[in-house]
Design a protein around this ligand. Structure first.
Ligand SMILES: Cc1cc2nc3c(=O)[nH]c(=O)nc-3n(C[C@H](O)[C@H](O)[C@H](O)COP(=O)(O)O)c2cc1C
Ligand code: SF4
Length: 377
């Protein structure tokens, strides 16, 4: 089943293994570098069914990191099309992850001469360890501009030849902040009831759908819950949002969870060796997949490390695909290794020391490269 040709979320794939969005830090002032194209080619050669890009900036209202890929103006289409083409030439499929970052931004940069600002639904100060992030509450006009910008970004992704788009609705980025009663204390139609808190996400999806047409794959990454101390998105609420997304014509939902304000060890990127809890969102995704069977494909990400566990997940639940992020940094050819009979789990130790860097790479691969370079010198 794992290695059968399949149709997931409106896309034909060679297997049900997906590379979950992974911020590569391989942009040069927002445009893709050779490193990025070559990373995707390696992944496609390694046998993964579909690659979801690292999150791409969709608007010019907020700062971004220059090493982040942008899809915020039409000049980005041609360079991105070249990257997509190379993935297709290597037999791969690729979906563009689109994000409105809001106050979850890391190391923001503002291009010279531009006015950009950090925003959130209500301007609630965010605490991440010792670090605090202030932000400005969005006006309704600004919300509408962000929605329109997301739709234009989706149209550009389609023009560049991407096989689909995935809207980032998880991990504390803006759509996820709107869903959270902790971060969203608005009293207008974007805050309060779940219906109101989901309005920004659903309006983005509706605008994107209008921009790309009825059949183009639109996926969403969504938290099953925020796992915060209080006032965060619950699983029951998340299941309702998933049902609304299915009604809105979203073809696939990738279930994740948590954010930088979650309880200790309850974030999206967990140290599973320490927590001893692999596949940490599987039960949530399985329940959602059973509930929404036939309406939307449900995938899952978070701590999957062995072909046996993944095959079992696909066989015994209604989950349509399994994503991984960190294991592909260490072993981009993991799908082919498993397909060719290896029963070894991924070598990734889930230490997350690859996170947050420009030119993302597994620290073990970096060390090996450095050793080789020393020997060659
Ligand atoms: C280096 C790194 C960058 C990431 N960048 C993104 C991103 O751009 N968008 C996103 O939705 N998730 C991102 N994630 C989260 C992963 O997609 C995934 O949800 C998480 O790592 C859990 O999966 P894993 O246990 O297979 O690594 C990133 C994770 C890592 C380690
Ligand atoms: S740095 Fe750690 S978490 Fe990242 S890929 Fe390497 S082993 Fe996995």
């Amino acid at each position: 089943m794992l290695f059968d040709k399949s149709h997931i979320g409106g896309i034909d794939v060679k297997c049900r293994l997906v590379r979950s969005a992974t911020f590569e830090g391989m942009g040069d002032h927002g445009l893709p570098t050779e490193n990025l194209a070559s990373m995707y080619e390696t992944l496609a050669d390694g046998g993964v069914g579909l690659i979801i890009t690292g999150m791409m900036a969709t608007n010019k209202m907020e700062p971004y990191q220059h090493c982040q890929i942008r899809i915020d103006d039409d000049g980005c289409i041609a360079p991105l099309a070249k990257v997509v083409d190379r993935v297709h030439q290597h037999g791969g499929k690729i979906v563009a992850q689109l994000v409105v970052m809001g106050s979850a931004l890391l190391l923001p940069e503002i291009p010279e001469g531009e006015q950009r600002f950090i925003f959130s639904p209500s301007g609630v100060t965010e605490k991440v360890g010792k670090w605090t992030q202030e932000s400005q509450a969005l006006t309704q006009d600004q919300i509408h501009e962000l929605t329109a910008a997301a739709a234009r970004a989706a149209a550009r992704a389609k023009a560049a030849g991407f096989d689909g788009v995935q809207f980032h609705g998880a991990h504390g980025y803006l759509a996820s902040k709107f869903l959270s009663p902790h971060f969203n204390t608005r009293t207008d139609e974007y805050g309060g009831s779940l219906e109101n808190r989901a309005r920004f996400l659903l309006e983005c999806i509706a605008a994107m759908r209008q921009a790309v047409g009825a059949d183009y794959p639109i996926w969403v990454k969504l938290n099953c819950a925020d796992f915060m101390k209080d006032g965060s998105l619950t699983f029951d609420e998340s299941k309702q949002v998933m049902a609304w997304l299915a009604d809105a014509g979203v073809q696939a939902i990738e279930v994740s969870g948590g954010n930088t304000s979650s309880l200790p060890r309850k974030g999206p990127i967990r140290a599973i060796r320490r927590t001893k809890e692999p596949m940490y969102f599987k039960a949530y995704a399985a329940e959602a997949a059973a509930l929404l069977k036939g309406k939307v494909d449900i995938g899952v990400v978070g701590g999957f490390r062995s072909a046996g566990d993944i095959e079992d997940t696909l066989q015994t639940t209604d989950i349509a695909f399994v994503s991984m992020s960190r294991p592909y940094l260490r072993q981009p050819d993991l799908p082919n290794l498993w397909k060719n009979g290896s029963t070894e789990p991924a070598l990734c130790i889930s230490c997350s020391r690859c996170f947050g860097a420009e030119n993302v790479d597994c620290i073990f691969n970096k060390r090996e490269k450095e050793e080789r370079e020393k020997q060659d010198a």
